[in-house]
Design a protein around this ligand. Structure first.
Ligand code: HEM
Length: 420
């Protein structure tokens, strides 16, 4: 198809006016082939859900199945690094298939791996963490209230999810600054282009070196923490040591990077919609659950995720070929007017709200309950504490990270007026 519209997801428009960009692409062709990037772009809710719910047709084993040479081509030194990254990626269960959908899977499959951790993340067990979340938010907001302002990113969104997931994993509090640095470097995972590979492989190695002794200790003598839960998978023969380490890393990074964006994007939405802020303030306890769902839908923390087509398949009259790369775009699906009335409005009373911010199907976010809990507590506490929240810069000046995976602000300066 010859493109007559902007189809470049890295363009300034796609980064800064994503909803215009993805709305237009969805209206033009919801199952669109981008010839330059050699990738299918899925932007409608219906097709996104189909792709995620048919793992027999669209595989998550992106690295394992990507049979083409890296594009642009890379030299031999880089190839070694590329292979290291590939090995790391395929050991994480987020990129594993179930054997019944992909007979090539050997050893433990996605279901076995996910089962190891599933019990830890049930709504009931997550409730136990609410008091910790509440007291951490109290401490952070005390400091904000005193200053009368915050950079939402630095003062609230970064420290909270990292503290919570680090506590869950059983990482000592004193290591948190170091952990923050190490985890920050993993951002290269979501960069594109060949320049990222060196820094990414270094970041992966550094974090593996940090986590490795903690894992060894838990395999020997389990404690009451999440590293021990993953280590139990090793004792049962589901993970080997590399996989245990790499899946702990997955929980660490997935457990905070995305929630940061929920907190920032949701707070930004409230500063831009005073009527919705007033509505939340009228009953923070009663309204925070739906408000958090709407924040997740309206400006979703995750932008895009990739799959690989297992065989030729027809979709919306197009033929997707075996081994084609397929990317689904959450900002397109979550503003799809076929599913959401007044899809471009921020409406915290919206119900039902069938957003796909956490994906869907077998890889649906394992940590969704935790992310929701953190979002609910943040928005409830902000509404209880502050009468006003005002963005200190024009909204057009908010800078975004240019990555495809996340919708992530660089910083978010906000002035707050205390309700007390
Ligand atoms: C998977 C989004 C928070 C752990 C996913 C997926 C999405 C997502 C879209 C699907 C990936 C796919 O289909 O390939 C989010 C968002 C979050 C969030 C928007 C916050 C607002 C968390 C937290 C944790 C977590 C707090 C852990 C503590 C995971 C894991 C997977 C996953 C382990 C892989 C599940 C699997 O492959 O079976 N997440 N996530 N996420 N998420 Fe989250």
């Amino acid at each position: 198809m010859v493109s007559t519209i902007n189809d470049n997801p890295f363009s300034m428009e796609a980064i800064y006016q994503p909803y215009d960009f993805y709305n237009r692409l969805r209206e033009y062709e919801p199952v669109y082939y981008n010839e330059e990037l050699e990738v299918w772009m899925i932007t409608s809710w219906e097709h996104l859900v189909w792709v995620t719910r048919h793992p027999e047709a669209f595989s998550s084993s992106v690295y394992a199945r990507d049979v083409r040479a890296p594009n642009p081509p890379i030299d031999e030194d880089d190839m070694e690094i590329y292979n290291f990254i590939k090995k790391w990626q395929v050991s994480r269960f987020i990129q594993h298939d179930q054997r019944r959908y992909n007979p090539e899977v050997s050893g433990a499959d996605h279901v076995d791996m996910r089962r190891v951790m599933h019990g830890y993340f049930t709504p009931k067990s997550m409730e136990m963490w609410r008091p910790l979340v509440q007291s951490a938010i109290d401490e952070l907001l005390d400091a904000v209230e005193e200053k009368g302002r915050m950079d939402v990113m630095a003062d609230l969104a970064t420290p909270l999810p990292l503290l919570v997931i680090a506590r869950m994993l059983g990482i000592p509090d004193s290591d948190r600054p170091k952990l923050r640095e190490l985890a920050k470097d993993l951002r290269f995972l979501n960069r594109d282009g060949p320049d990222r590979m060196g820094p990414l492989s270094q970041a992966v190695k550094n974090l593996q070196d940090y986590i490795s002794p903690l894992v060894a200790e838990r395999v020997e003598s389990p404690k009451d923490d999440l590293i021990s839960v993953v280590a139990e998978g090793e004792r049962q023969g589901i993970f080997n040591r590399d996989m245990t380490i790499n899946n702990v890393m997955l929980l660490l990074s997935a457990g905070h990077e995305t929630t940061i964006n929920l907190i920032c994007n949701g707070t930004l939405a409230f500063t831009q919609h005073p009527d919705q802020w007033a509505d939340l303030k009228s009953d923070p306890e009663g309204k925070t659950v739906r408000a958090t769902e709407e924040a997740l839908r309206y400006d979703s923390p995750v932008r895009s995720i990739q799959r690989i087509a297992v065989d030729d398949i027809e979709m919306n009259g197009q033929t997707i070929r075996k081994n084609d790369r397929v990317r689904w775009f959450i900002p397109g699906a979550n503003r799809d007017p076929k599913v959401f009335d007044r899809a471009d409005d921020f409406d915290i009373e919206r119900y039902p709200n069938q957003h796909v911010a956490f994906g869907s199907g077998v890889h649906h976010c394992l940590g969704a309950t935790l992310a929701r809990l953190e979002g609910q507590e943040i928005f409830r506490n902000l509404a209880n504490r502050f009468d006003k929240m005002e963005l200190e810069i024009p909204v057009e000046q908010v800078e975004y990270d240019h990555v495809l995976t996340f919708r992530a602000v660089e910083s978010l300066p906000v002035t707050v007026t205390s309700a007390r």
